[in-house]
Design a protein around this ligand. Sequence first.
Ligand SMILES: Cc1cc2nc3c(=O)[nH]c(=O)nc-3n(C[C@H](O)[C@H](O)[C@H](O)COP(=O)(O)OP(=O)(O)OC[C@H]3O[C@@H](n4cnc5c(N)ncnc54)[C@H](O)[C@@H]3O)c2cc1C
Length: 488
Amino acid sequence: MRTETIPVVVVGGGSAAFEAAVAAKQAGAPRVVMLEKAPEPEFGGNARFSHTGFRWVFSGADEVRRFLPELDDQTFQKLHLPAYSAEQFTADLQRVTRGRINKELADVMVQQSNAAMHWMRELGIKWEIDSHVMIDGRYYFEPGLVIHPVGGVGGGLGQLMQWREIATRMEIEIRYESRVKQLIGNDRRMEGVAVSDANEEYDIHTGSLILCAGGFQANPEMRARYLGANADLMKVRGSRHDTGEVLMMALALGCKASGHWQGAHATPIDSTFPDVEIGSKANRYGYPYSITVNSLGQRFFDEGEARHSYTYAKTGWAVLGQPGAVAYQIYDQKTIPLLGTRYEFSTPIVANRIDELAGKIGVERAVLDHTVKEFNNAVRKDVPFDPTKLDGKCTEGITPKKSNWASPLDQPPYWAYSITGGITFTFGGLQINESAQVLNTSGNPIRGLYASGDIVGLFFHNYPSCTGQTRNVVFSRLAGRHAAAQGL
Ligand SMILES: Cc1cc2nc3c(=O)[nH]c(=O)nc-3n(C[C@H](O)[C@H](O)[C@H](O)COP(=O)(O)OP(=O)(O)OC[C@H]3O[C@@H](n4cnc5c(N)ncnc54)[C@H](O)[C@@H]3O)c2cc1C
């Protein structure tokens, strides 16, 4: 069997891999090779299906303007762009992970998010405005989430195509259909990888290996093993190629595990979409303006706890815990205009009366009628409804409470959407340090081994939306730079 020698090797073909490869080449690595398991038409991992919004620290409209040079002034003036501070980002991470996120790594991500975004902009990545709601002619965004890379459905493929162009220009070699089947080295020093491609098996000897092979969300056996009962049956929002074998090889080698191994990002999605590679069209994130009931006709969580960007990654789990793993979001004519364009990819179930709607979705009529009446009576009438902020318009005297945007269902026709929970990525992964070096079980860095992306274990319980892409670019940039310096 032949052996090649390559200074920097990146495992994976998603956004974390491209960012690491480009950073390594830019930092002077003479040769960088990316090994992507997927065939070329399917390259790109989860990012291919992603919306690719980025959460980052910025100072306000003037700074965002630099990312949107082609947007006309008239439209730009309509964007509501308050600053998003490092303190806000840190507080968001700490709150939703219930204080469990590694503080040093969180600080690196927060503090370097701004520089990483400008790095991408300077490399030539083009941007457009992110999801928003239009109210009185103004565009309102989720805090910290205002732009994503241009192009492609949902932006994901657009980002990847831009990265691939940059990588190709920098003479980074991308090998498709090249599965890493073994890591060569030990828990002190990484020496290379064994690769299997369409034609042959060969080894690569390297001084720096960067693991960007994603999570294990597309592996039903591992989902069942780590995430619990019936997790093998979950629908997968992203790539079929994220099957976790590189993560397992790294653990077998003596790398340290971190993150929430029974945790994963799982969101409410349309229940009628396919089982895998669903993408963002199925996202059903309007629930803060709805009531959501299970197939028994009962509410089961606080739909208005916070903005969807702080609750959606755990709400999929709430739905999966219901009978049959399905639920129904119910809206009236007052809130339907707030749903956003993705709802256009589903056909609502429509009825003029709640009991009629119950019949159509297969829920006991008397129970749904009771749930809606009880909810409507519990809504505080003295607080105005305001979707531009946490409005405090809550319910009183019912369980579960709805904490914000509690609007009585009283303007028919009523629309219902059938939802389930879809898994996005897993939270259990490898422990890295502030230079993106992978640690061994003694807590020491393994020479020549780096990691970034979903293969890193960072999150617990929940996740502030669009932190995945930010984590990717921050730690990939660090990994690439250190890997280039390490050499052979
Ligand atoms: C529908 C959807 C929407 C999302 N929206 C957002 C968003 O708006 N903002 C955000 O921040 N995040 C979002 N995410 C999450 C985000 O896309 C992921 O966190 C991110 O893409 C992970 O990047 P990665 O490079 O680590 O992994 P991936 O992009 O999954 O890439 C892993 C790569 O490793 C390859 N691979 C696997 N095993 C091997 C092997 N043995 N040998 C060689 N290669 C291998 C795979 O083929 C793949 O190319 C979304 C995800 C989905 C699915």
